[in-house]
Write a protein that binds this ligand. Sequence first.
Ligand code: SAM
Length: 245
Amino acid sequence: MASNRDHQADKHQTGVVPKMLLRTDALYQYILETSVYPREPEPMKELREITEKYPLGMMATTADEVQFLNFLLKLMNVKNAMEIGVLTGYSLLATALALPHDGKILAMDIDRESYEVGRPIIEKAGVAHKIDFREGPALPLLDQLLKHEKNHGSFDFIFVDADKNNYLNYHKRLIELVKVGGLIGYDNTLWNGSVVESPDLPMDDYVMSYRGFVLELNKALAVDPRIEICMIPVGDGITLCRRIK
Ligand SMILES: C[S@@+](CC[C@H](N)C(=O)[O-])C[C@H]1O[C@@H](n2cnc3c(N)ncnc32)[C@H](O)[C@@H]1O
């Protein structure tokens, strides 16, 4: 987290005052404790706590980000959604809770075992009937969907939170599946902060091995004329892409 002194230095270098609000970790905790946890639906809390203890749980989306997504989906009146990368179903539950009773979400993951960890809570929350979980790599599943004309332009919202090396391959397909006016959200587009070089913030090999793919995706989305984009610094960064043609 940058200090006030860093911000002053930035100002001198660029002449621009950075509009970075989260200057301390305590400020982030303040957001969680003031506006996220007190409003968190009971099943979301339960699944968050189970996921935090799960060995792969650090991959899950943050509580403030799923609150944001749930809010956004309700604003958009999303009825037909898709998620690529489910893990225990934490972001999936946030989406399912935002959909109307007859809403649907197609969820894909190569790992059914992790999904089974969260499934009892999803069932208890009364939203399991909205979820169509498909086990397997997402690319061939998307190609199957594309074979049927009725699926083209049929999704209101698509959340992508899986293998970063395939995001551009997903984008090629998802742009056909999302409706004009609908939204694709690509998660982790700030990729642990590694998208900018920072000698003070050493990155592990795992992060560095995917960094190039995230940079390539960010560049491609920025110039894609079929979408409008907005990169939101929540969680690990999410780029929202609204299909315009
Ligand atoms: C970051 S986790 C998803 C976290 C989840 N969205 C959440 O917020 O709780 C990434 C998931 O992507 C899945 N995944 C990786 N490669 C995939 C692929 N080719 N197709 C589908 N899912 C994949 C992994 O098994 C893992 O569960």
